[in-house]
Design a protein. Structure first.
Lengths: 254, 421
């Protein structure tokens, strides 16, 4: 589904990612772990089409398309979804307005008719229930005055409504208490399917107790320095990042 | 003012038909105006706005009022003024009249000219209006009566006219009304609109006052509203300025007795080469009074916007609560917005705050929306909608949002909905 070959990313003269190789197949869950500043969030943002970076690669293929040639909105319509680490507040725009505009943009691309207000509400209400969210969420301005946990749940709600093929969750666990974490995790698990892939970007292993990954990668100094199965995450939890990345970290610090 | 220009105003004065009873005060106003001349940028309140073009143009008073066709549905009772004079009035509008027909009778005679005389700046424009007005709205709502929404449509259809509409609005104790003023002109027509509204709110009276300005792209609009509020009265105003080559809106509110409160909201969109200048002045003249201002401004192209708001808390006006918020967006590198919120506080037990920002559309917000599949142009339009929404809550609350919607959609500098293909 996603094949990244030798991806380099920098901001100005500052290199952030220095040759990422990663293959994600449909149905898989990948976790990308690493210490702060290792480039995890940059990778997530670049895959979603954030501008302002210098991006080069041998190739980044997504569903047989050249991902880097696509604008952010084209990627989203083709099924790429990024759950933001810091969800944006958009005063004056109701959640329901965002969700409906977004869903209809995506549906149009898929060749499906736009949903009218009633059909849309039916769709979105079932997703709200899935995440234990109250209907009043729909009529509040996007993320304005939301608690940290509400913002993260709102990201997962958008994901549930848009039903992406490739979901990238950037630090979705940060700032969540244990109950919120479980709710968010069950929301994500409900979306797992053989047609769908999920990339979890996370600093801690905690989330991975609830969403079990097939593959775990350690990102450090802009490279994937180690890959393994779910047990690698547990080992990182016990031993920290030091043992797996000493050279890479030194390289990353000039 | 040079002799030639002065003579033009004298000729205008001689050519209008005005009730004889007001001739002396009109002549006095004319002489004061001719002595003072139009405001210049040397006056602090006019430092951002030059009326040189207005001074040089050759204005005349309009001919007979035209029989224009109704071009828009208004969700309420309607009075229409064409080139400054009443064209027709909905028979249901029993409390709304032609001011010219009622200027000599109480209570119009009691209030007319009293309020405009209270203001201290930009007085020349009020004076020339006092000298040359021919008609306008006289709205008188008796005590404890509630009026259905009243729309007053002012249109200009003659080139190079100056229109000095005079409105007088009196709400007796406990009366309630919703008043919508809509200013328009034929596309491309040059003219000068200089309306003055005097608004008197009795004890506990409530007025919702919406002003939509959609003058032609070559027109000049200089408007003044003066509001006087008695105990526990509420004045909620929303000014939406979308048109005109140059528009200047002055609002002057005096909270004269305890419990009076006003909310002055607004939105301006200064695109192309428009110059839109809003001046608000609130006098807290009694204790336990409150004022709120929520303004949003957008400047695009080579547009220029000004938000200048002064709140004065007079000595003894304790427990005053005054809040000002002005947020502004620049959509082009050649656009400019100047904000000047001012608090003058002469009492010590008050709660006053102001906030003003000028910025650009947020790239992070834009990326967030695009990452949800929304096209860049549609995302910008959505952000602009969200940005202006905060200033338009009064329209929502008073059921006017639906009427306003197409006017806003036509004015926002980006397409409301873009083909998502």
């Amino acid at each position: 589904m996603l094949e990244i070959r030798n991806l380099h990313v920098s901001i100005g003269d500052k290199p952030i990612l220095a040759g990422i190789n990663l293959t994600v197949r449909a149905g898989e869950v990948h976790a990308i772990m690493g210490p702060n500043g290792s480039g995890k969030s940059t990778l997530a943002q670049v895959l979603a089409g954030r501008e302002g970076y210098t991006v080069t690669a041998d190739s980044v293929r997504y569903l047989e398309q050249d991902l880097l040639a696509m604008a952010a909105e084209q990627r989203a319509r083709a099924g790429v979804f990024l759950a933001f680490q810091y969800p944006l507040e958009i005063p004056g725009v109701a959640n329901v307005q965002l969700l409906r505009t977004a869903l209809n943009s995506v549906r149009l691309q898929r060749g499906e008719p736009e949903l009218d207000a009633m059909d849309f509400l039916d769709t979105v209400k079932s997703k709200l229930a899935l995440l234990g969210m109250d209907e009043s969420f729909l009529y509040r301005a996007v993320n304005e005055g939301f608690s940290g946990g509400e913002k993260k749940r709102n990201e997962i709600l958008q994901m549930a409504v848009l039903e992406p093929r490739l979901a990238i969750l950037d630090e979705t666990d940060s700032g969540l208490d244990i109950d919120a974490l479980k709710t968010v995790a069950s929301g994500v698990n409900a979306l797992k399917s053989p047609q769908r892939a999920i990339i979890l970007v996370t600093h801690y292993q905690r989330l991975l107790n609830y969403i079990v990954p097939d593959h775990v990668h350690v990102l450090a100094g802009g490279r994937i320095v180690r890959s393994g199965d779910a047990s690698l995450a547990l080992e990182l939890e016990n031993r920290g990042y030091g043992w797996v990345i000493p050279e890479a970290q030194e390289e990353a610090r000039p | 003012m040079n002799t030639q220009t002065a003579n033009r105003y004298r000729n205008a004065f001689d050519s209008i038909a005005a009730p004889a009873t007001h001739l002396a005060s009109r002549r006095q106003a004319l002489e004061r105006f001719l002595a003072n001349g139009l405001p210049t940028p040397r006056e602090e309140d006019w430092k951002y706005t030059s009326l040189t073009a207005l001074e040089q143009a050759e204005w005349h008073v309009p001919g007979p009022a035209p029989e224009t066709a109704v071009t828009e549905d208004y969700p309420g009772t309607l009075l229409r003024f064409g080139n400054g004079r009443l064209v027709d009035a909905d028979p249901h509008a029993v409390q709304a009249h032609s001011l010219a027909a009622h200027a000599d009778a109480a209570p119009a005679a009691r209030y007319l000219g009293q309020l405009a005389g209270r203001i201290s700046s930009g007085t020349a424009l009020a004076q020339i209006n006092s000298a040359l007005w021919q008609d306008g709205l006289f709205l008188h709502v008796p005590a404890r009566r509630t009026l259905p929404p009243l729309f007053v449509a002012y249109s200009a259809s003659e080139a190079d006219v100056m229109l000095h509409v005079r409105n007088l609005v009196v709400l007796e104790a406990g009366a309630e009304a919703v008043l919508v003023e809509h200013y328009r002109g034929s596309p491309g027509l040059p003219y000068w609109n200089n309306p003055v509204s005097e608004i008197v709110l009795g004890e506990g009276a409530r007025l919702v006052h919406l002003k939509l300005t959609e003058e032609s792209a070559t027109a000049t609009h200089t408007g003044l509203a003066v509001v006087q509020q008695a105990r526990d009265s509420r004045y909620h105003a929303l000014s939406i300025s979308l048109g005109g080559r140059l528009a200047r809106h002055d609002t002057w509110v005096s909270l004269d007795e305890p419990g009076a409160e006003c909310q002055l909201d607004g939105l301006f969109i200064a695109d192309a080469r428009r110059h839109i200048d809003q001046h608000l002045h609130v006098e807290h003249a009694a204790p336990h009074t409150a004022s709120r201002q929520t303004w949003r401004g957008i400047a695009a192209g080579r547009g220029r916007g000004i938000f200048d708001a002064r709140v004065v808390v007079q000595p003894g006006a304790q427990k005053t609560d005054a809040q000002q918020s002005s947020r502004n967006l620049l959509l082009s590198p050649h656009a400019e917005i100047d904000v000047k919120p001012q608090l003058e506080i002469y009492a010590d037990d008050v709660k006053c705050a102001h906030g003003a920002t000028v910025g650009q559309l947020d790239e992070a917000q834009l990326f967030f929306l695009r990452s949800r599949g929304i096209a860049a142009d549609a995302a910008r339009a959505l952000l602009l909608r969200g940005f202006v929404a905060e200033a338009l809550t009064l329209a929502e609350r008073s059921g006017l949002a639906g009427w306003l919607e197409p006017h806003l959609a036509a004015a926002l500098p980006l397409p409301e909905k873009e083909d998502t293909a």
